[in-house]
Design a protein around this ligand. Structure first.
Ligand code: PRP
Ligand code: URA
Length: 216
């Protein structure tokens, strides 16, 4: 994708991120290494996501007795993971935001048609008053993300308060989500070439959930 939609942020292509992504894309990478290096990218995504939260002026007194005019986060946040793969991103969020509330949405893609099916959603009761970090490592056709966003909106979350954190995206998924939702933000580590005939991201990394949770 040469031009990114205005509401899409891609992590900078540093040597570190390129090397981490190369490790997790490699089919020879064993599960332990896949988890370790995915977690490192997830941490970078969470940190970048937090950069996009609004702040308000806050003045504090330092131990030298001097005043410092700084800022503090403006609102409350929560995480929402799209199960199963999105659950892999919860720990990275907890490492940055201790005791953060986390909701779950269970959406599964049909293996034949790639159509998403919503099974279950359990969200913090006051979610409409929070910024939501929506967690899913893979954005392929965009079907699962769109369904999850619709669940958030129907629970009173304002679209501009949604930050979708994603590890690998296909242009098809980016276009599908941003053409429907122009006010939320997508923060992704990498945008790949496209989708294969089974709607897997190419070159991609395979099935993230399998590689993180059940790969040999
Ligand atoms: C994967 C992935 C996304 C979805 C992306 O989940 O984690 O949720 O596919 O594809 P889409 O953009 O075409 O909807 P999957 O349904 O395979 O379940 P899993 O999390 O259990 O692996
Ligand atoms: N889900 C995955 O885990 N990988 C893909 O490439 C597409 C959907």
């Amino acid at each position: 994708m040469s031009t990114l939609p205005a509401n899409v942020v891609r992590l900078p292509h540093t040597n570190q991120i390129d090397a981490l992504l190369t490790i997790i894309r490699d089919k020879a990478t064993a599960r332990g290494d896949f988890i370790f290096h995915s977690d490192r990218i997830i941490r970078l995504l969470v940190e970048e996501g937090l950069n996009h939260l609004p702040v308000v002026d806050k003045t504090i007194i330092t131990p030298t007795g001097n005043e410092f005019k700084g800022v503090g986060f403006k609102g409350k946040i929560c995480g929402v993971s799209i199960m199963r793969a999105g659950e892999a991103m919860e720990q990275g969020l907890r490492e940055c935001c201790r005791s953060v509330r986390i909701g779950k949405i269970l959406i599964q893609r049909d293996e034949e048609t790639a159509q998403p099916k919503l099974y279950y959603a359990k969200l913090p009761p006051d979610i409409e008053s929070r910024y939501v970090l929506l967690l899913d490592p893979m954005l392929a056709t965009g079907g699962s993300a769109i369904k999850a966003i619709e669940v958030l909106l129907s629970n009173g979350v304002a679209e501009e308060k949604i930050l979708f954190l994603n590890l690998l995206a296909a242009p098809e998924g980016i276009i599908a989500v941003t053409s429907k939702f122009s006010k939320l933000k997508i923060i992704t580590a990498f945008i790949d070439e496209g989708l294969d005939n089974k709607k897997y991201i190419v070159p991609g990394l395979g099935d993230f959930g399998d590689r993180y949770f059940t790969w040999p």
